[in-house]
Design a binder for this molecule. Structure first.
Ligand code: SAM
Ligand code: DTB
Ligand code: SF4
Length: 336
């Protein structure tokens, strides 16, 4: 197939067998196709970086089998109340000084109460005032709550589908796949950018990976940002000890995500601390163009900033700056 024969515009009618055929391509053909798609839509050597902060840690009512923060699992994690505003602003300032253009705040809630939301809205306003893009992940939202966040100027809401609808019940029993879709709809309807992806290495099959990507790609509007996490195995969680995903299978999934969602930022998310530089390089070649930057994700480790700086330099990658983030938007980003 020639590069010209490849459609690099978003489609939301992907059939499962088409996606499975992509997964089945020889590795070199798959990566070539992903890289071709990537170059049509993005500067291939530019990576967007976001920094995460856990604003409310542990004690979560949900039972996600991968998560250190579920109250159902004994992971030894210390619970913390919602952080005060000044601690959040301090962390955002440090992230900005480190080069992050987006600040993501995560809370271990099934859903926020309206009172909690008032506090998060203050945080969103304060982080925006620093000139950074804002993202929050707070669990399920009602339509009204999504509209309040939109009015506060929130840029992104992260809410992952996590896995396929068929495998979902083996990982989480306290909510349904449909619940996730409904929150995404509220976020979209409110005009907030959707950030939605999933986790690999939960014990899912290849078909589950294809189905998860199919669900993401075929949403009424493709998520603007697609985090692909590799399970961070936390002691005390039911998934601790699960067989690790083959790195080549992981890279293939990134490549298929890039082909299916050509104008989305595909974020190489949790799990980078356990990846070699070479594996990450393959992920960037496959079309990943965003990472979480900073030594901590929410409760687990991420590569130290100096290791990432060395990696970017080794690969000749540049990171999006507030000014070239605007260029990148002009280059190929989809709408809300
Ligand atoms: N409570 C909210 C929710 O679940 O949507 C927001 C925070 S939650 C920690 C955000 C996402 O982090 C999850 O959807 C999951 O994809 C990812 N995640 C959580 N624990 C993880 C782990 N141990 N390894 C990889 N990804 C993980
Ligand atoms: C996402 O997809 N990955 C981030 C972010 N969205 C909120 C979270 C990763 C969490 C990894 C486990 C932890 O640090 O607790
Ligand atoms: Fe709670 Fe989110 Fe962790 Fe699930 S992933 S237990 S909802 S914090």
């Amino acid at each position: 197939m020639t590069a010209a024969a490849i459609c690099t515009k978003p489609r939301n009618d992907w059939a499962l067998d088409e996606i499975q055929a992509l997964f089945a391509l020889p590795f070199n053909d798959l990566l070539w196709r992903a890289q071709t798609t990537h170059r049509e839509n993005f500067d291939p050597n530019l990576v967007q970086i976001s920094t995460l902060l856990s604003i409310k840690t542990g004690g979560c009512a949900e039972d996600c089998a991968y998560c250190s923060q579920s109250a159902r699992h004994d992971t030894g994690l210390e619970r913390e109340r919602l952080l005060p505003l000044d601690s959040v602003v301090e962390a955002a300032q440090a992230a900005r000084a480190g080069g992050a253009t987006r600040f993501c705040m995560g809370a271990a809630w099934r859903n926020p109460t309206d009172k909690n939301l008032d506090r998060v809205i203050e945080m969103v306003g304060a982080v925006r005032a620093l000139g950074m893009e804002t993202c929050v992940t707070l669990g399920m939202l009602s339509g009204d709550q999504a509209r309040r966040l939109a009015d506060a100027g929130l840029d992104y809401y992260n809410h992952n589908l996590d896995t396929s609808p068929e495998f979902y019940g083996a990982v989480i029993t306290t909510r349904t796949f449909q619940d996730r879709l409904e929150t995404l709809q509220h976020v979209r309807d409110a005009g907030i950018h959707v950030c939605s992806g999933g986790i690999l290495g939960l014990g899912e099959s290849l078909v589950d990976r294809a189905r998860m990507l199919q669900e993401l790609a075929n949403l009424p509007r493709q998520p603007k940002s697609v985090p692909i996490n590799m399970l961070v195995q936390v002691e005390g969680t039911p998934l601790h000890g699960t067989a690790r995903i083959d790195p080549v299978a992981f890279v293939r999934t990134i490549a298929v995500a890039r082909i299916l969602m050509p104008q989305s930022h595909v974020r190489l998310s949790a799990g980078r601390d356990d990846m070699s530089d070479e594996m990450q390089a393959l992920c960037f070649l496959a079309g990943a163009n965003s990472v979480f930057y900073g030594e901590r994700l929410l409760t687990t480790d991420n590569p130290a900033a100096d290791r990432d700086r060395a990696l970017f330099q080794r690969l000749g990658l540049r990171t999006e700056q507030p000014d070239n983030a605007a260029d990148q938007k002009a280059h190929g980003a989809s709408g809300r």
